[in-house]
Ligand binder design. Structure first.
Ligand code: SAM
Length: 308
């Protein structure tokens, strides 16, 4: 047995005893062991270094093992209400689906850095990521939260209430793509509203609305979204992306979760429909000039896209 396989076995063993927070955390550690397995050919100096390739100037790239991940979690500022939601969700079916505390913290920080006021989430489940976003939205900020499962939405709504953010979250129960399509049909999105034409003897101008009757910032500006987090049906990512490009403003951010899909995307021998779909989507994003991208190995992998 090679040393890397020993290490791999060790990680799996440790993961089952270490991560008692939720199934998502156990799931994360499984993907860590997978990454270690995938990098068998790479010289591993310690249990965290996964690459120190010459072509990258011998930069030591590390992977997160259970001990390091515990350390990382100990440095996450998780609000009490989020911890309570995570712990309640841990007792429920599907708890492995909620994002990890470090992911939620990154999402919240992106929203803050952007100064986002209008956000969208696809795939709410019991509300962990949406609550993290809503908690940092300013007064008057809004999160449109789309979810097809009514039962898990009940938990989410209870926590929005408890956290005092119900007024900021608009829950849409239904299929995410249908919700996005109806938003676009209702005039939301990057196309400015046309109020009519102004006729000049030689020219016709389109009159675009910038302010509503209360003279507040409306219409053109408010029909854009600043931020979207996508965590619903994986096979629909490409369709969500095309719809969201119509709703998110230039400079706005769209984040996709699970882009490393338990590490399976990097294994050419794994070709189940979901893996292939995420792999194809990653390739598509890599070549899409409409966005700048950053794939981040956090949780199950997230790609941050900024609309150009
Ligand atoms: C990975 S979970 C979301 C986890 C959530 N972001 C969190 O941090 O707790 C995915 C959710 O998307 C929902 N979902 C899956 N397909 C959907 C679709 N087509 N439309 C709306 N929701 C969908 C599922 O019911 C599930 O609750």
């Amino acid at each position: 047995m090679s040393s890397s396989w020993c290490l791999n076995t060790l990680l799996i063993f440790r993961s089952s005893s270490h991560f008692t927070h939720s199934a998502k955390l156990r799931h994360v550690s499984r993907s860590v062991s997978y990454i270690t397995k995938a990098s068998k050919s790479v010289a591993i100096n310690t249990d965290t270094v996964v690459a120190n390739d010459e072509s990258y100037g011998r930069k030591e790239v590390i992977s997160v093992n259970p001990r390091l991940y515990d350390y990382l979690l100990a440095n996450v500022r998780e609000p009490k209400i989020l911890r309570e939601l995570r712990e309640e969700t841990a007792t429920m079916r599907g708890s492995q689906m909620q994002v990890s505390p470090d992911q939620a913290q990154l999402l919240a920080m992106l929203v803050q850095i952007l100064g986002a006021e209008r956000c969208i989430e696809l795939g709410v489940y019991t509300g962990y990521s949406s609550l993290a976003i809503a908690l940092v939205l300013p007064e008057g900020g809004r999160l449109l939260a789309c979810e097809r499962d009514a039962k898990s939405l009940e938990v989410a709504k209870r926590y929005y209430d408890r956290a005092g953010v119900s007024g900021k979250v608009e829950v849409r129960h239904g299929l995410a793509a249908d919700t996005l399509k109806s938003m676009i049909q209702n005039g939301e999105g990057s196309r400015p509203k046309k109020l009519g034409n102004y006729r000049h003897p030689r020219l016709t101008f389109s009159v675009l609305s910038l302010r509503d009757s209360n003279n507040s910032k409306q219409d053109i500006l408010s029909s854009f979204y600043d931020f979207a987090f996508i965590d619903a049906e994986k096979k629909m990512y490409q369709e969500y992306f095309e719809l969201l490009l119509q709703l998110v403003r230039v400079g706005g951010v769209i984040v996709f979760d699970n882009v490393l899909w338990h590490g399976k995307v990097a294994d050419p021998l794994v070709n189940d429909p979901k893996t292939v779909s995420i792999r194809n989507f990653n390739k598509f994003l890599m070549e899409d000039a409409r966005v700048s991208i950053s794939m981040v190995p956090i949780g199950d992998g997230m790609t941050i896209c900024r609309k150009i």
